[in-house]
Design a protein around this ligand. Structure first.
Ligand code: PLP
Length: 411
């Protein structure tokens, strides 16, 4: 059995209870409530003494099947599937934060995560402290006994900053603070977060995992490593539960917020898991090859991809993510006007947001994702008017490159 790799093992598994019809794939259980033979069994299930399903806001067999498969691939303590990446991030922070606590992070964040921190959580008395995550001394200076988390995006989108994760995890743990990472940009088949001291992953499974822009979803992956005894909020639970975080999340926060994944999405994303590593290999090898080809075009002022040997984060990126750090790259043209002219001439590349669809997508971040931010906020967040973001799809590198080349002739 040892010769069988993790992905193959995943394909060989069937679901825990035999299906009456012998269905080969996990059925979509559109069940909302679950019936019990006796009142006693019902009491036991509702009081958590057995793990039978009771109500699909809390758990559902098809979603649980998906969670179990992610757990197997990540070697995690527990996995919770939610209905978007933002639901994963907000559920994680409602579990971690308290009024008077602070989050230490960088300004290089996904737009909605930034807004969630500075607007949504602020209204509940949670402070966000921005610092330079590539400078451990700056991080340490911002952490204190009220820090509920150190938060990082493993490759920031779209600035492409890469912090040294082992250093971040040491600084966090020396201060008894958990390291929470948004690892959406590199899937867990190719990046083992646990080996870098990340305590909890939050992921938008909308991206790589969904299998080609099929569905919104999010994951919270708890590696069960952090000692919550020192957390002012969760220490009271750590006496009785292996992971106080997971207990609080599953027994309270996720039930109260009500953003659990739906069974249809869990079905689709379970299929996505089966092809994830094959798709990622194709996406990311194409991306590196394309990045090199784009560097040779005079109309392109600069190409930002951490897999390029001359990128400032090349060494740390290679150590953490290998030769092929994902399928997102950015490049700069001379002006916003040239970016727009170029975009409008593209023939096969789609003008759309999202990342890691099967199709190649392009967006001008400053005027879209960051369009409602002030220009001062944009410059604080490292968002430039001249930058275009490309999510490289499954087309051949030659087709993508020739589309870019022909469109550049018009600017
Ligand atoms: C897309 C994305 C999110 C948000 O995910 P949704 O599924 O759209 O809610 C969060 N973080 C990163 C890095 C993303 O790319």
């Amino acid at each position: 059995m040892n010769k069988i790799n993790q992905v193959d093992r995943l394909l060989s598994l069937s679901y825990p209870k035999p299906d009456p019809y012998g269905s080969l794939s996990m059925p979509v259980y559109h069940a909302l409530a679950y019936e019990f033979s006796t009142a006693e069994e019902m009491e036991n299930a509702f009081c958590g003494r057995t793990d039978e399903h009771t109500y699909s806001r809390v758990s559902n067999p098809t979603v649980q099947y998906y969670e179990e498969r992610v757990k197997m691939l990540t070697d995690a303590y527990n996995v919770t599937a939610l209905n978007s990446g933002m639901a994963a991030i907000s559920n994680a922070f409602f579990t971690l934060a308290w009024s008077g606590s602070n989050i230490v992070t960088s300004k290089y964040l996904f737009g909605n995560t930034y807004s969630f921190f500075i607007n949504t959580l602020k209204a509940f008395g949670v402070e966000t402290r921005f610092c330079d995550l590539t400078n451990p001394a700056d991080v340490a200076a911002n952490l204190d006994e009220n820090s509920c988390a150190l938060f990082v995006e493993i490759i920031s989108n779209p600035q492409m900053e890469v912090a040294d994760l082992k250093k971040l995890s040491s600084v966090a743990h020396e201060n008894n603070v958990p390291l929470i990472a948004d690892t959406t940009i590199i899937p867990f088949t190719n990046f083992k977060a646990k080996d870098f001291g990340i305590d909890i992953d939050v992921i938008s499974s909308t991206k790589y995992i969904s299998g080609g822009g099929t569905s919104l979803g999010g994951l919270i992956i708890d590696y069960g490593k952090f000692n919550w005894k020192n957390s002012p909020k969760l220490n009271y639970l750590s006496e009785i539960h292996e992971s106080a975080f997971n207990f609080k999340l599953r027994k309270e926060i996720h039930r109260n917020i009500g953003a659990y994944m739906t069974p249809e999405v869990a079905y689709i994303q379970s299929l996505g898991l089966e092809t994830l590593s094959v798709r990622f290999d194709r996406h990311s090898t194409t991306c590196l090859e394309l990045a090199k080809k784009l560097q040779a075009l005079p109309a392109i002022k600069s190409v930002n991809y951490t897999g390029l040997g001359d990128n400032v984060y090349y060494e740390v990126s290679k150590r953490q993510f290998g030769e092929y750090p994902g399928a997102m790259l950015t490049f700069d043209l001379e002006s916003k006007e040239k970016c727009f002219k170029f975009m409008n001439k593209l023939q096969i590349i789609h003008r759309a947001t999202n990342l890691f669809d099967n199709k190649t997508l392009i967006i001008h971040p400053a005027s879209t994702i960051y369009g409602t931010f002030t220009s001062e906020q944009r410059s604080d967040m490292g968002i430039k008017e001249t930058t275009l973001r490309l999510s490289v799809g499954l087309e051949s590198v030659d087709s993508i490159f020739s589309d870019i080349k022909q469109a550049l002739e018009y600017i």
